[in-house]
Design a protein around this ligand. Structure first.
Ligand code: PMM
Length: 269
């Protein structure tokens, strides 16, 4: 899954694809580089980000979704809002990627159930302005698993069919670096819920901390965390992840090609 943030303020590619034509061209490029899906978002979720209103969010994403869909690129809509999701599906989006797992908007489950599209339910504890305060766990794996399981149950109760549900640990969302690494080491515990899992580590700040220079300065986002992203993405797929969500598709696709050619080590079949 290639990431297409049509926002002026994303943490890693902020502003680059706010222009509609540049966004569409980048989506087509990611598809050519090997993305099966292009995830279009119109609201930044970086820690501390202020919210935009629904009308502005739709204004940003809908023309891009229409153009990419018309070009044959399968698009997912990255939103927590039911109205934006409904409009995006009408514009051609084939699935909803909801970082709140249905918690931010109680109408989302109804929209997704009625449309019959896949729904990515990410583990989430609150909006970006306050999510770092919510990164408190006794046992991060057990708690994320239990909270994801509750979101799955709510989706099923709203009429979403089980074969349309995808889960996501939500790396960096109400999670510090150690939480992210612990979840990465224990993906099997989340996979035991029985749903496909999306893994989205791309360019996140814990990779910048891992790759900090000798003076402790984190490696900046931009393109400088892509090798680490590709490495962790391959490890996640080898552990059984269904998909990976990345900014720079080609490096991860190449790394996955190597993994495939060597017999998909790690994946129990
Ligand atoms: N992370 C971001 C945005 N959307 N969606 C899912 N399913 N999982 C994530 O971890 C996730 C997401 C963070 O911002 P980015 O778009 O710049 O990666």
């Amino acid at each position: 899954m290639g990431i297409l943030n049509v926002t002026p303020d994303s943490f890693s590619d902020g502003g680059r694809y706010a222009d509609r034509d540049a966004a569409v061209a980048h989506g087509i490029e990611m598809r050519a580089d090997g993305a099966h899906l292009v995830d279009v978002g119109g609201e930044s979720t970086r820690p501390g980000a202020a919210r935009v209103d629904a009308a502005e969010e739709s204004r940003r994403v809908l023309p891009v979704i229409r153009a990419l869909s018309a070009a044959g690129v399968p698009v997912t809509i990255d939103t927590t809002r039911a109205t934006v999701a409904a409009d995006a599906i009408e514009a051609g989006a084939v699935a909803v990627n909801d970082v709140s797992g249905g918690l931010a908007d109680s109408d989302m489950a109804t929209v997704v159930a009625a449309a019959g599209v896949p729904w990515i339910l990410m583990h989430w504890r609150g909006h970006s302005q306050r999510m770092q305060q919510l990164a408190v766990y006794h046992d991060v794996v057990a708690e994320v698993r239990a909270e994801l399981s509750q979101r799955v149950d709510a989706a099923l109760a709203a009429g979403v069919s089980a074969d349309r549900i995808i889960i996501d640990p939500g790396l960096g969302f109400a999670k510090g670096a150690e939480h992210n690494w612990t979840l990465t080491r224990h993906l099997g515990d989340l996979l035991s819920l029985g749903f496909p899992l999306l893994f989205a580590a791309s360019r996140k700040s814990y990779l910048g901390s891992l790759l900090a220079g000798p003076d402790g300065t984190p490696r900046p986002a931009g393109g400088q965390r892509d090798a680490a992203t590709a490495a962790t993405s391959v490890l996640a797929v080898a552990a059984g992840a269904w998909g990976v969500r990345v900014h720079q598709v080609r490096d991860t696709a190449d790394a996955l090609a190597v993994w495939s050619a060597t017999g998909r080590p790690g994946l129990s079949r």
